[in-house]
Design a protein around this ligand. Structure first.
Ligand SMILES: *[C@@H]1O[C@H](CO)[C@@H](O)[C@H](O)[C@H]1NC(C)=O
Ligand SMILES: *[C@@H]1O[C@H](CO)[C@@H](O)[C@H](O)[C@H]1NC(C)=O
Ligand SMILES: *[C@@H]1O[C@H](CO)[C@@H](O)[C@H](O)[C@H]1NC(C)=O
Ligand SMILES: *[C@@H]1O[C@H](CO)[C@@H](O)[C@H](O)[C@H]1NC(C)=O
Ligand SMILES: *[C@@H]1O[C@H](CO)[C@@H](O)[C@H](O)[C@H]1NC(C)=O
Ligand SMILES: *[C@@H]1O[C@H](CO)[C@@H](O)[C@H](O)[C@H]1NC(C)=O
Length: 329
């Protein structure tokens, strides 16, 4: 071995050592949401009860505006559902958020939103499939852009408020970003996991849902130079879990294909067994209450994030649904 080669190998092992130290040492919180090179096709097992984005362009194209056009931007919000269940979790305030655009040159308007391909239940709980040991997730989410704003739908029990104006040029730049974001951020995440409800808590995992898309879009608009403002408080739904520091467990291959991991695999399957995805929102809320009872009892939650599993040592108040302010950028 030449001296040079020896130095080279020493250097390599040095970097490997550093890398390993990083992996076993301090984690980065919140765990970064994994981006993909491109969106893979959905598994044929996952069948949508309601078609995704029925009135959008099949290829997700967004019309191009003239640079000089003036486009109004609307904040859109409507309750998905309201449900009172004793005093346990109070009143659920589960809202759906979207963003509207109206061109002053053409008079046409558009709605843009980001949601589950197979509904919320399928994004929150996996399926048990015959002959497949790992829980099976139908958890893709995506952006939907379509022509029209249904004023009554948003106004009647929710919000339809103009929050700013942008140029056609800014709109076209935004459209490009949306396509990119849609192609690389492919799965829905219901839960936000934090160390406690206080202001200085550590966030272990961030959700990736319809309102997060709206916040990203507002931030992008601000980055493109848009001035946004609202006359009212801009509140959004968050579904929280509270836990001590999470422990990384592994992915499907390292947990469900390894005989040595049999006990863990069984525990994860057992954990999700009670919460098979449901069709109705009522059943979904009932499942959230079951999750609550289960985590209070067992203090354990198996979190699925970036297609990997983590163990959450759960602690009070365990689970919370809040409707809290996130100001416009
Ligand atoms: C959830 O996924 C299952 C499995 O593909 C499917 O049968 C069901 O229709 C989906 N639910 C909804 C509401 O789309
Ligand atoms: C986002 O991706 C989905 C799934 O492939 C597609 O149906 C939709 O049209 C895309 N939306 C946009 C705005 O590109
Ligand atoms: C969107 O366009 C429709 C049809 O022209 C109109 O009825 C509606 O008021 C418009 N909404 C907004 C917010 O511009
Ligand atoms: C608004 O709420 C009322 C009462 O809950 C309901 O009857 C009505 O259908 C809602 N309207 C829309 C557009 O969702
Ligand atoms: C949060 O952190 C800030 C800055 O470190 C500190 O001033 C404040 O007292 C903390 N608040 C709580 C509730 O711990
Ligand atoms: C909106 O959020 C603020 C601050 O997070 C909160 O004080 C307020 O009660 C919320 N409004 C509603 C209607 O829940």
């Amino acid at each position: 071995m030449t001296i040079r080669c020896f130095y080279f190998l020493t250097l390599i092992s040095f970097f490997i050592l550093i890398k390993c130290k990083n992996v076993s040492g301090k984690r980065v919180w919140p765990v970064p949401y994994r981006r993909f090179d491109r969106r893979p096709p959905t598994d044929p097992y996952c069948q949508a009860l309601y078609p995704f984005c029925p009135t959008g362009d099949p290829d997700g194209r967004i019309p191009s505006m003239r640079d000089s056009d003036v486009i109004s931007v609307f904040r859109l919000q409507t309750p998905v559902w309201e449900f009172k269940y004793g005093d346990l979790l109070g009143k659920f305030h589960i809202m759906h958020d979207a963003i509207g655009f109206a061109s002053s040159e053409t008079g046409r308007n558009y709605t843009m939103e980001w949601y589950e391909l197979f509904q919320l239940g399928n994004c929150t709980f996996p399926h048990e499939r015959e002959g497949v040991t790992a829980p099976f997730w139908c958890n893709q989410g995506a952006a939907c852009f379509f022509e029209g704003i249904d004023d009554v739908h948003w106004k009647q029990n929710g919000t339809l408020e103009k929050v700013g104006e942008i140029s056609g040029k800014q709109f076209n730049e935004l459209a490009q970003w949306v396509q990119q974001d849609n192609e690389t951020g492919i799965y829905y995440e219901t839960w936000t996991v934090r160390s406690d409800p206080g202001p200085n808590s550590t966030t272990w995992f961030d959700s990736y849902d319809c309102s997060q898309f709206i916040h990203r879009t507002y931030r992008k608009l601000a980055e493109l130079g848009a001035k946004l403002s609202s006359k009212t408080q801009t509140n959004y739904t968050k579904i929280y879990l509270y836990s001590g520091e999470p422990t990384y467990l592994g992915d499907d291959g390292s947990i469900f294909d390894q005989p040595s991991m049999k006990n863990l695999a069984t525990d994860i399957r057992k954990f999700y067994h009670s919460f098979q995805p449901h069709q109705s929102k009522l059943q979904f809320i009932l499942s959230l209450l079951e999750v609550y009872e289960k985590v209070v009892l067992e203090k354990t939650f198996y979190m699925f994030y970036n297609f990997e599993y983590w163990h959450l040592p759960m602690k009070p108040p365990y689970i919370q649904i809040t409707y809290e302010e996130v100001p416009l950028p």
